[in-house]
Design a protein around this ligand. Sequence first.
Ligand SMILES: C[S@@+](CC[C@H](N)C(=O)[O-])C[C@H]1O[C@@H](n2cnc3c(N)ncnc32)[C@H](O)[C@@H]1O
Length: 245
Amino acid sequence: MSSSYYTPGKERASKVCQLFQRIAGRYDLINDIQSLGMHRLWKRSLVRRAASHSSAGNQYPALALDLCCGTGDIALALARHGFQVHGVDFSEKMLEIARERTPGALAGRIRWSCQDVLALSEPDGSYDLITCAYGLRNLADIPAAIALMLRLLKPGGQLLILEFGKPENPLLKTLFRLYLKMVVPLFGLIFCRDARAYSYILDSLDHYPAQRGIDELLRRQGFIQTSWQNIIGGTMSLSTAFKRQ
Ligand SMILES: C[S@@+](CC[C@H](N)C(=O)[O-])C[C@H]1O[C@@H](n2cnc3c(N)ncnc32)[C@H](O)[C@@H]1O
């Protein structure tokens, strides 16, 4: 089954937005189920990496931009680590949940904005850190998104991207694809009455350059010290890059 939510070209963003508007209420639950709760560990490792870079530079309170922030896992964790965070997402329903999850004590440290990240028009060099968890694969123009990230980072700033990946081991690759094709849509059917919403993960991954391709794009666009860490054999990956000082 292929997803009616994956459409290349002009309609891409509106279809993706429809999808997240539809599944917002069950998004966190399905994340926990489909990753057996492990997405929390992967996100924690992203935030630890961000915090250690930032404290090494003694830049508190560092300014962070969390792109495609969804229900706020990364933005909230960054705020807890002392960052001043701007979370951006175009799904009002995902943001509604993020706002509800924001404790009063963190409210002064987080700003939520509802807009297409590709339309962000803030000044060059606005942020010390940019994060994007499970967001980049959804964007209509990935090279444009990377150019935007580079523009918005301060010199020496850090970019962290957590995403689905493409394992190189043939057996793991087959098993992972089967899982995304057969099992994950079943969760979508059971919990959102919409299997196609969750078939979208495999469709979008098939059109995504994944860890190797993203690393190449980052370098080509001028990022330095690029690297990626494979998680569970490359089924997920955490990419890191820096803007030149
Ligand atoms: C898979 S969720 C990830 C949410 C969160 N970062 C996490 O890790 O749980 C992807 C999010 O990206 C948002 N998104 C996708 N394309 C976007 C765009 N062009 N502009 C803003 N948000 C976008 C969706 O609305 C959705 O909330």
